[in-house]
Design a protein around this ligand. Structure first.
Ligand SMILES: *Cc1c(COP(=O)(O)O)cnc(C)c1O
Length: 397
């Protein structure tokens, strides 16, 4: 072990920077994309249906609608849920801004409910506390890939007539009490951004068992337009279509769907590799007294999108910033997930203030995300472990 931290001019644990997340693309993926470029369709062709069928079968849902991003999926789900101006929707602050922005897109009001201190997921009791006569939906987030308490959330939703839109951008392949995430909530959204479990470059999908929601999602993806004569008010002829809703162009392309199909063939391997790396971290890092390990609910199977460590700051001479900077100097691409959504200036302008969700705010000061993705080898993982040990040994009280 080096005597000095790289931040003070010592030799870093790694020569090359290791990012916290990245895509895994192989020759089959490249061939799938190229074959599509040579085909008749580059968008809105057969690959989209095939991709949707693969994902809906994998998660065990009746329907899936693929769109241009996870954010578009959240927007479409809020539209299908009928969120209107003035409606309140409850979500967690410990997430990417898109989980709350989608409520604003519909003119609704994001209401933040605080998190549990062990899972870091939204606390069902806090959801109940935030329900008013204006509440229409709940957007829980399976933070890091660890499923939320879906039994409790569904019970609250049923009791209060609320729709559940599960943001499972971290949780493709996760399981809750033996059922795959994507088969449980009214609607579940996934993201195919390159750091997520599979990628289509940009892309997202909504899964649901409801034929009615499925129809709304499909229409929203294409400008709110229908060509189904059963739904049209008039029908002037074979060329005719009608715009019934104010939708968007949120379509995904056949090129992207072809990549998605090829990636889905590897989802089992991707998940396995993420679990292996997480277990390697668990085994070694749990020996360090300065850390709180990621919580694992025995009723669930995490999809391990993120590996989030909590620092016991009272045992350290330095704060999270020093530990973070020192790990970066060792060429470990640590990150922080997340800045509480309402800390962002846009939300502050809307009137949200610090103090709203104390558990999320405290957690934000203590967390660091370690690199975790399927293209990491064991040496990469061991470098991360060595760097964490080195930095904590340096800063321990
Ligand atoms: C990645 C992510 C999104 C947004 O997905 P995009 O595909 O990047 O639009 C939404 N919610 C969460 C929790 C995410 O991690």
């Amino acid at each position: 072990m080096e005597e000095r931290l790289a931040i003070f001019g010592g030799k870093p644990v790694r020569d090359a920077f290791l990012p916290y997340g990245r895509q895994y693309i192989d020759e089959d993926d490249i061939k799938a994309v190229v074959d599509t470029l040579r085909s008749d369709y580059v968008t809105c062709g057969p690959k989209i249906d095939e991709f949707e069928n693969l994902v809906s079968e994998f998660v065990g849902a009746k329907y899936a609608v693929a769109v241009s991003s996870g954010t578009a999926a959240l927007h479409a789900a809020c539209f299908a849920a009928g969120i209107k101006a003035g409606d309140e929707v409850i979500t967690t602050p410990m997430t990417f801004a898109a989980s709350a922005n989608c409520i604003l897109y519909m003119g609704g009001k994001p209401v933040f409910a605080d998190i549990e201190t062990n899972t870091y997921n939204i606390n069902p009791e806090e959801i109940e506390r935030k329900i008013t006569s204006e509440t229409k939906a709940i957007i829980p987030v399976d933070f890091t890939g660890q499923p939320v308490n879906l039994d409790a959330i569904k019970r609250i939703a049923e009791k209060n007539g609320l729709m559940v839109i599960e943001d499972a951008a971290h949780a493709l392949g996760a399981e809750y009490k033996g059922n795959k995430i994507g088969s449980i909530s009214d609607m579940t959204i996934f993201s195919f951004h390159p750091v997520k479990h599979i990628t289509t470059g940009e892309g997202g999908i909504i899964t649901t068992d409801s034929a009615e929601l499925f129809e709304k999602l499909r229409m929203f993806r294409t400008h709110g337009i229908t060509r189904d004569s059963g739904k049209m008010i008039e029908n002037d002829g074979a060329w005719y279509y009608e715009m019934l809703e104010l939708g968007f162009n949120y379509r995904i392309t056949d090129i992207q769907a072809a990549l998605g199909i090829s990636q889905m063939k590897k989802i089992g391997k991707f998940l396995e590799r993420r679990i292996e790396i997480a277990e390697r971290y668990n085994k070694e890092l749990s020996k360090l007294e300065e850390l709180v390990m990621p919580f694992q609910d025995i009723n669930c199977r995490s999809a391990w999108h993120l590996y989030v460590l909590k620092l016991k700051l009272d045992r350290l001479k330095a704060g999270r910033k020093e530990v973070f900077d020192a790990l970066r100097a060792e060429n470990i691409g640590v990150n922080v997930h997340y800045i509480p959504v309402y800390y962002h200036p846009y939300y502050k302008k809307l009137g949200y203030e610090k103090g709203l969700c104390p558990n999320a705010e405290k957690l934000y000061d203590e967390i660091i995300t370690l690199p975790l993705h399927p293209s990491m080898n064991n040496t990469d993982a061991d470098d991360v472990i060595d760097a964490v040990r080195k930095v904590l040994e340096y800063y321990v009280k």
